[in-house]
Write a protein that binds this ligand. Structure first.
Ligand code: HEM
Length: 185
């Protein structure tokens, strides 16, 4: 997993829970890196899992809820770091349907060792999208956070429902429907 995912995570933990919490979760984890991350490094995903689990234990917030908030935060990192990639898109559904065949393809050119999920599109219309997320890392709630902020980015709204296909979260269906605000009363 890329260093930027760790450095941004620990910054968010410091922001929300304080530096002491950062020290605590690093101490409670068994980290090959000793918790010293650089944004350009690459580290084991198991380190992220431990940090996340310890944060969850110390805050009594579920790991999925923490990942959701982290995904929402990570979108702002993407906006800052890859503005030209985002500028390719005018519509949130077009953008989400292009993760697999464009966005993450570009990410892999920048980071050849990136550990990325796969997103398969099952159905797509102008206002809806059904996708299957697959990843051994089961970071579907990180994806949900990114999807929420994708709609915000385009000043759009959506209902996003997540259905686990595999109980361990390594395969998940996302049902995304744009909410047309002009039709609400
Ligand atoms: C310009 C837009 C995007 C960029 C630059 C980007 C970049 C990245 C990077 C750098 C990682 C970490 C890879 C690693 O640690 O090895 C990642 C992971 C991930 N990305 Fe993207 N991403 C983008 C858009 C999205 C969107 C819109 C989604 C929406 C679902 C998404 C879903 C994910 C997920 C779920 C992961 C976690 C890894 C996993 O589940 O296996 N990405 N992405």
């Amino acid at each position: 997993m890329k260093g930027i995912v760790f450095t941004e995570f620990l910054e968010l933990v410091e922001d929300k829970f304080g530096l002491e919490m950062v020290d605590t979760i690093i101490e409670q984890s068994n980290l090959e890196s000793n918790g010293a991350y650089t944004s350009v490094g690459t580290y084991q995903f198991s380190e992220m899992l431990q940090l996340l689990q310890n944060l969850s234990d110390n805050t009594a917030i579920s790991a999925d809820d923490l990942l959701l908030v982290y995904g929402e935060h990570f979108f702002s990192v993407i906006e800052k770091s890859y503005p030209s990639l985002l500028a390719t898109y005018q519509d949130p559904i077009e953008m989400l349907a292009s993760i697999e065949n464009h966005i993450h393809v570009e990410v892999r050119k920048i980071y050849p060792d990136a550990e990325l999920p796969t997103f398969k599109t099952l159905e797509k219309t102008e206002n809806s999208l059904v996708m299957i997320y697959q990843s051994s890392r089961a970071m579907h709630h990180f994806g949900l956070g990114l999807m929420n902020k994708t709609f915000d980015h385009f000043n759009a709204k959506a209902s996003i429902v997540l259905e686990k296909i595999k109980a361990d979260g390594t395969e998940v269906k996302f049902l995304i429907n744009r909410i047309d605000e002009s039709k609400s009363n």
